[in-house]
Design a protein around this ligand. Structure first.
Ligand SMILES: [Zn+2]
Ligand SMILES: [Zn+2]
Length: 324
């Protein structure tokens, strides 16, 4: 059942791209990757989806979000806390699915905007934006930090505010979200016509990945574009409907940094998945600084001579030249 949306969207995308638009499908791009970006996507499919997601079921309880989840689950059980609005949740499967889709999507929107605005969170989101080719698997190109962030924000909504949904609702929400997420990262030039005002299309999300600074950071919505319209974060080009699927380059504004992240993801996926190179370098500098401080503090060697203090006259000489 979990593979059904993947199989369905792959077939639709393969037929549409190869028969109607004469372009390679995601499957063809992944089987014959021609760029570091596609190779990084292949790594994502094999490593993240194929191995680590399964492995993470075992390791997740030992991570911080995992521990928080366990603590909250225990607290829920002890206190019998069903969720703040649990009593108000509708019983009908269709209505409950719509309510959950809206709630999860708004949470996703807020968490996504935060990742673009808070530098520490942007570091874990960069991997997603380093893609220079779009294909179905690009949606899965999430660092572990990003997965943890979405997990944590979703957890707050589910455990504290709404309460846990029924299994039927979980299946329906996952199915719809997965299908639309896969499609919006495909190379299909679709904008769904008038339906594009209700649901995020490939053309809409493509502008979120634009490497053109004029598009800015915009089109954050994952499922429902209404959040972008309400909070005024729609890309100007999309608002005026001048954007076409092929006229924006993809990737980070800083292409060199994007290339470095793709290479890092290929050579050291575990490191790159937690933090990008810049963060690792910053962490390295911090550790080196802390070590230097500690060694100065505990070293028995005499402290180096203090530099000669500069007097006010000294400064005047530097700025105006020696006095006659
Ligand atoms: Zn983003
Ligand atoms: Zn995306």
């Amino acid at each position: 059942m979990a593979l059904l949306p993947f199989a369905l969207v792959h077939v639709v995308e393969h037929v549409a791209l190869t028969r109607w638009y004469g372009k390679p499908s995601s499957l063809q791009r992944l089987l014959r990757p021609r760029s570091d970006s596609s190779r990084a996507d292949l790594t994502t499919v094999l490593l993240v989806r194929g191995v680590l997601v399964r492995f993470s079921f075992v390791t997740a309880p030992f991570t911080l979000p995992g521990l928080a989840l366990l603590a909250l689950a225990g607290l829920n059980k002890i206190l019998g806390w069903p969720g703040l609005l649990h009593g108000l949740m509708p019983q009908s499967l269709v209505v409950a699915t719509v309510v959950w889709l809206v709630a999860v999507d708004f949470t996703h929107y807020a968490a996504h905007v935060a990742m673009h605005r808070v530098p520490a969170l942007w570091h874990v989101h960069k991997l997603h934006h380093a893609a220079t080719d779009m294909n179905i698997s690009t949606g899965s190109r999430l660092s572990f930090g990003e997965q943890a962030w979405y997990g944590l924000t979703g957890l707050i909504v589910m455990r504290i505010i709404l309460g846990l949904p029924s299994p039927d609702v979980v299946v329906a929400v996952m199915f719809i979200r997965t299908c639309l997420d896969l499609l919006q990262h495909s190379d299909l030039p679709w904008d769904y016509g008038w339906l594009g005002y209700l649901v995020v299309s490939p053309r809409y999300h493509r502008l979120h990945h634009s490497a053109d600074r004029r598009d800015g950071d915009a089109n954050y919505a994952d499922l429902f574009p209404c959040w972008d319209y309400v909070f005024d974060t729609v890309a100007d080009r999309y608002r005026s409907r001048r954007a076409t699927a092929d006229d924006c380059g993809l990737g980070l504004f800083d292409q060199d940094e994007g290339a470095a992240i793709n290479r890092a993801w290929l050579t050291a996926p575990l490191h790159a998945s937690f933090l990008d190179r810049a963060s690792l370098a910053a962490a390295g500098r911090w550790v080196a600084g802390a070590r230097a401080m500690a060694s100065r503090r505990f070293s028995r060697a005499p402290a180096p001579l203090a530099p000669t203090p500069r007097t006010a006259d000294h400064r005047i000489h530097r700025e105006t030249g020696p006095l006659p």
